[in-house]
Design a binder for this molecule. Structure first.
Ligand SMILES: O=C(O)CCC(=O)C(=O)O
Ligand SMILES: [Fe+2]
Length: 420
């Protein structure tokens, strides 16, 4: 692994414009973009593939191609036994479901705030994001995933960029990759700010479907707008719940923060108990709006127990991310979640991911610090956090590094530093 780390550190990181920390595990250096840790693996995947091939290890380009008639799953996809699913996919938990059309704002605020505090996750209905539109874009995305492997891998090795729009695919499942290590493929559209977002959505659409795809373009545009409105509304409610100005969180997210749409495709799997669609992790961003289809598989952890999130046709899921956890002095809970796969059906999900502007100082306001709840974190900016988590993910093998809150240990204040 040292060999790989050095290759990464000396050759690939500079290519990507990154300066990494001098010592493994220490935060530092510079990350050119908050989403860099999501982008960079595609830069180095080529190298990893070469190394694995040289070692005679199995390298798979697209699990979707493998699933036909397969009885066992390749060794590259076996998850260590201690991380395998321990509960059934349909062990649904009592995850709050909140009706966003509730007229009484105080009631709505309390429901949303309590859910973010107690669970870090909740489902919303009557949210004004068009689910039919989302499903129709999802059908186009499936066409992408069912393209021949070579076609997808090209987008994996050479992410396509125009100005501050980028699209890339992950799916080769090499051991060092972050998201596609497991039984999943992803298609990502990244937008590095909100200015001219409609134009940017068109660019991403043209990159993925060079011949044009009106259903994908217009549908994505509509969902981007709908999810933004929903996100702002949820962030307002959360800020008000804490007694802060409504825009306290959202003003750092819009219009200059980045966002991305990640479509995840989890092919059906002959041995669902031996692998995972996504390993237990927290989202390193501020907040994620998630759609899952009827196959189900998302699980969230609360008090060390895994609960399934029951699919609801009209609902979207809101996940609280690490940055909201830090910014709220840990009043809101960054939820640990994972994805189980199943034998019968392919599963599609969409994660709409919202980042803070990089320079945002995530120091929690004094009003959230009390004697009972001392200041939990040392001052850090969104950029500091991303740098840290980026280095952490680079230096440690999975799975430890995927839990952003564990990676935060250097930023947690020791008891003697915790003053109200
Ligand atoms: O597919 C899902 O339900 C969850 C995906 C996820 O956790 C992510 O993209 O960060
Ligand atoms: Fe996630």
């Amino acid at each position: 692994m040292l060999e790989l780390t050095n290759t990464w550190r000396n050759r690939i990181a500079p290519l990507a414009g990154l300066e990494l920390a001098a010592e493994p595990g220490t935060a530092g250096g510079d990350v050119s973009h908050p989403s860099a840790f999501l982008i960079i693996p595609s830069v180095r995947r080529d190298e990893i593939r070469e190394i694995m091939v040289a070692r005679g290890e199995e390298v798979i380009s697209s699990i979707l191609e493998l699933t036909d008639g397969m009885e066992e799953i390749p060794s590259s996809h076996l998850v260590p036994s201690e991380l395998r699913p321990t509960t059934k996919l349909d062990d649904w938990g009592p995850i709050p479901v909140i009706d966003m059309s509730l007229k009484d704002r105080n009631v709505l605020k309390k429901l949303v705030g309590d859910a973010a505090r107690d669970w870090g996750v909740f489902q919303v209905i009557n949210h004004n994001v068009s689910i039919p539109e989302l499903l129709s874009v999802g059908e186009e995305v499936k066409l992408f995933f069912h393209r021949p492997c070579e076609n997808k891998v090209k987008l994996e090795l050479e992410p396509l960029k125009i100005l501050d729009t980028e699209v890339y695919y992950t799916g080769d499942n090499t051991k060092e990759d972050l998201h596609s290590l497991y039984w999943a493929e992803s298609l990502v559209c990244l937008w590095k700010s909100w200015s001219k977002i409609t134009e940017k959505v068109t660019r991403s659409s043209d990159l993925i479907f060079p011949g044009g795809n009106e259903a994908f373009r217009s549908g994505t545009n509509e969902i981007v707008m709908g999810c933004r409105i929903l996100t702002v509304e949820v962030l307002h409610l959360l800020a008000e719940y804490l007694g802060l100005e409504a825009g306290f969180f959202s003003d750092h997210c819009f219009p200059e923060g980045s966002s991305l749409f990640r479509w995840n495709y989890y092919p059906s799997c002959p041995r669902p108990n031996e692998t995972l669609g996504a390993i237990a992790h927290t989202d390193p961003n501020l907040l994620t709006v998630l759609y899952q289809d009827e196959a189900g598989g998302l699980q969230v952890k609360k008090n060390d127990v895994w609960y399934g999130v029951q699919p609801m046709t009209e609902a979207l899921i809101i996940n609280i991310g690490d940055c909201l956890h830090i910014f709220s002095n840990a009043i809101f809970h960054s939820v640990v979640h994972q994805v189980l796969v199943n034998e019968k059906a392919h599963r599609l999900s969409l994660a709409a991911i919202y980042y803070l502007e990089q320079q945002t100082d995530m120091t929690a306001p004094d009003s959230l610090v009390t004697e009972k709840r001392p200041r939990m974190f040392k001052s850090l900016s969104a950029h500091d956090y991303w740098t840290m988590i980026f280095n952490e993910r680079r230096e440690h093998k999975f799975p430890k590094s995927l839990n952003g809150l564990e990676a935060l240990r250097d930023f947690i204040r020791r008891p003697q530093e915790q003053t109200a």
